[in-house]
Design a protein around this ligand. Structure first.
Ligand code: NAI
Length: 255
């Protein structure tokens, strides 16, 4: 039997990369998937692909930074799709300006990154809390290696702060929602080849090498590498797992 039969799964940032792969993977496991993305066209294309493969998928445009829109979306999904039992908070952006960069860039990065990567996770979770609590739901937040460390490669302090925040939020929610049977976990991807880092990969092979020198498995990850752990955390296979982060990083933190 498919692992996610009878589930309704919302995935944010599902129009691209990791979110898109998770949505497709959940649909293959029997879930009805709701793909949300600020890029509504990309989410619609991903949903169409899932339906063409025989899965069940709807898509809507949503900017996770807009709290009122998140609340309205939760109402719309409840009315048009049904009670959500799985939420994947995946939408995120990355930038690489350090603290010593130009003021404008640093301040802009802080505001954008914290509002999407951290406040966005809060907004969507808060909006969908009622069905998740009523249905012993599962929340999967996408963290990072940077939930633990800052990188030697150029990276923004806001990104590191946001991903540490995602892990802290995961633990806080796991502690508070456990009594409702809601499990809350995170995934910490390593260097995964997606549009997020396409430009860096094309323009800065040295940076990629720094990652690979730190990755025992010796290759960058693919979005599909995140899918198995994401299914595990959303399914009953992980019935006694909560407040954890599963690192999917090729072993990055071992060396
Ligand atoms: P991506 O750029 O391929 O996809 C991100 C998606 O989020 C895009 O479709 C984008 O439109 C959407 N998005 C951006 N802002 C949004 C907003 N305000 N509201 C709704 N949707 C929004 O990126 P990727 O690599 O798939 O990243 C997904 C998550 O994984 C992010 O949280 C990222 O920080 C995290 N991550 C990625 C790693 C990597 O190496 N690619 C490593 C560690 C974590």
């Amino acid at each position: 039997m498919p692992l996610l039969d009878n589930h309704i799964a919302v995935v944010t940032g599902a129009g691209s990369g990791i979110g898109r792969a998770i949505a497709a993977g959940y649909a293959k496991e029997g879930a009805r998937v709701v793909l949300l993305d600020v890029n509504g066209e990309a989410a619609a294309a991903a949903a169409k692909e899932i339906r063409a493969a025989g899965g069940r998928a709807e898509s809507f445009a949503l900017d996770v930074t807009k709290r009122g829109d998140c609340v309205a979306m939760a109402k719309q999904v409840a009315a048009e799709v049904g009670p959500v039992t799985i939420l994947v908070n995946n939408a995120g952006i990355a930038r690489r300006n350090g603290m010593l960069g130009a003021d404008d860039a640093v301040i802009n990065d802080w505001e954008d990154i914290i509002s999407i990567n951290l406040t966005g996770v809060f907004n969507v979770t808060h909006a969908f809390l009622a069905p998740l609590r009523a249905n012993r739901g599962r929340i999967v937040n996408i963290g990072s290696i940077q939930s633990f460390v800052h990188l030697r490669t150029p990276s923004s302090p806001a990104y590191t702060a946001s991903k540490h925040g995602v892990l802290g939020f995961t633990k806080a929610l796991a502690a508070e929602l456990g009594k409702d049977g809601v499990r809350v976990n995170a995934i910490g991807p390593g260097f995964i080849e997606t549009p997020l880092n396409e430009r860096v990969r094309a323009s800065n092979p040295d940076l990629v090498k720094v990652f690979m020198d730190h990755t025992p498995l010796g290759r960058p990850g693919k979005p599909e590498d995140i899918v198995g752990p994401a299914i595990f955390l959303a399914s009953d296979l992980s019935a006694y797992v909560s407040g954890s982060i599963v690192m999917v990083d090729g072993g990055y933190r071992t060396i």
